[in-house]
Ligand binder design. Structure first.
Ligand code: FMN
Length: 198
């Protein structure tokens, strides 16, 4: 008897919940969206952006590194994040995009780089990411600064290229992505969802 009284409210809530879900499915123009947030990240910057995006999504959602994603079908939107490596996407990132950005699937890209966003070269690097994802419908691209690791800074310092040595000296990326950049990432995520719902 006790069990009956104890379970009853839960059953009631469950039935209301299921009814709401079925209504959402039936109402034209409204769907329950399922999103995948996936990322590549060696030092945690792109992962931070991924987590900010994930936190913002008001829908059914999954987050995992690209290495743990084999089958990306069954999602209405895939947020894919990568760090910039040598002025573009590295081999694993390109392979991932070529494999999963197919058939006009809806995708949003987020990219981190140690250079500041207003560095004139950044736009060209972003074009390379968009090209790798060109089999998808790319609903948006967000990019932001992520702090340069000590190892990369040392490599730049030791580079034979004067421009690289200069860059190591003026690096202003420590502490990025900061809260202001993560807020922009959350706004980006909300904007992408609005585009799908429109
Ligand atoms: C091998 C390598 C190459 C990189 N090349 C670039 C580059 O071309 N431009 C740039 O702005 N940052 C470059 N970076 C810096 C990273 O893009 C940046 O620190 C990024 O936020 C790292 O993200 P993660 O912590 O998610 O790995 C490079 C880093 C590595 C390790």
């Amino acid at each position: 008897m006790a069990a009956k009284y104890c379970l009853a409210p839960q059953c009631f809530r469950l039935s209301i919940g299921l009814r709401a879900i079925s209504l959402m499915r039936l109402r034209p123009g409204v769907m329950i969206m399922k999103a995948l947030v996936t990322y590549q990240s060696s030092t945690g910057n792109t992962k931070k952006v991924a987590e900010a995006i994930y936190a913002e999504l008001q829908c059914e959602k999954v987050i995992r590194p690209i290495k743990d994603v084999d089958d990306a079908s069954g999602y209405d939107i895939i947020f894919m994040g990568f760090p910039t490596h040598q002025f573009g996407a590295d081999k694993k990132a390109v392979e991932f995009m070529k494999k999963h950005c197919t058939g006009g699937r809806k995708v949003a890209l987020f990219i981190t780089h140690a250079a500041p966003e207003d560095n004139p070269e950044v736009a060209g690097w972003m074009t390379k990411f968009k090209e790798a994802a060109s089999g998808a419908e790319v609903l948006g691209l967000f990019d932001c600064q992520g702090q340069m690791s000590k190892g990369v800074n040392l490599i730049l310092h030791l580079s034979t290229d004067k421009k690289m040595r200069e860059w190591a000296k003026v690096d202003n990326s420590q502490g990025q992505p900061d809260e202001a950049r993560l807020k922009k990432a959350r706004d980006f995520a909300a904007g992408v969802l609005k585009k799908i719902e429109a």
